[in-house]
Design a protein around this ligand. Sequence first.
Ligand code: 5GP
Ligand code: MN
Length: 320
Amino acid sequence: MLELMKLVNEAKSIAIAGHVRPDGDCVGSCLGLYNYLTENTKEKQIDVYLESVPAAFSFLKNTETALSAAKTDMVYDLFIALDCGSRDRLGFTEELFLSAKHTVSIDHHISNTMFAEYNHVEGEASSTCEVLCGFLVDSCISKETAECLYLGIVHDTGVFKHSNTSRRTMDTAGGLLEKGVSASQVIDDSFYRKTYMQNQILGRCLLESILLLEGKIIFSCVSQKMMQLYGAVPADLDGIIDQLRVTAGVEVAILIREEGVQNYKVSMRSNGKVDVSKICCLFGGGGHKMAAGCTMNGSIHDVINNLSGQIEHQLMAYSE
Ligand code: 5GP
Ligand code: MN
């Protein structure tokens, strides 16, 4: 077991960082640990780095404190990477990671490359927030910290419905509720509430979705033009893939977002038979068995053909 608190105690300066395009678990774990450490330690310089914080998470304590540019002159005693499966996914904090005296990675991605000096990866855990709770002293967790951690668990479990939700997940979340977190407020405000624009894009994605492989695959694609038309950022697409996935008969849902010329960000979700992490790993990405992503180059037809070929291959092996 990683002695996180021993490393923290010995460090005078600590950087906490997540992955590019931070999601709920990433923001929740980074701010949760930041709040916990700033509330319970003295005389340390602690910085939390997040590329951006989606507006729906802005009620969390210290969102405004998170840094979106690296303090390039800093050499941290300890760098803690959270929810980040590989070094390159750190994005703008990679240089700080490289220069830090000690590095720790706490994560729940089975595809984690063990890129830090100390790696603690629980592939079975619902979320990094769940893993993190195992390191924290319960009596030192404030309501504000609990809110961050609860939000992370809510998001990575799709509000406690994905297969990664275990007894421990519920126990952990229950413990956080006892700190005074309002479950319905966190869930509604950060997960279900959508802006008019977000709902319009959702509608278009559903309308323009295409079924492949006798309805076992559903995919939809968001072009750069569409993103510009709606003034959308990637976080505005959160939840769309989940709606695609619950289409009756579907085994795998794919949402593709055009990032540049012949350059696509791919999100995949499985209903159980297909390991989408394996597929995304083949194309340089990663994630979990039921939720994974990667970046692919080529025409949209190539991207779809490559992905559907891999899905078909796994489905054939499954039925044999
Ligand atoms: P999403 O589709 O929500 O962006 O990501 C689903 C899961 O796959 C998340 O756990 C995320 O960390 C992981 N993931 C998404 N894209 C990539 C990627 O390009 N590389 C890696 N290693 N993991 C990814
Ligand atoms: Mn996560």
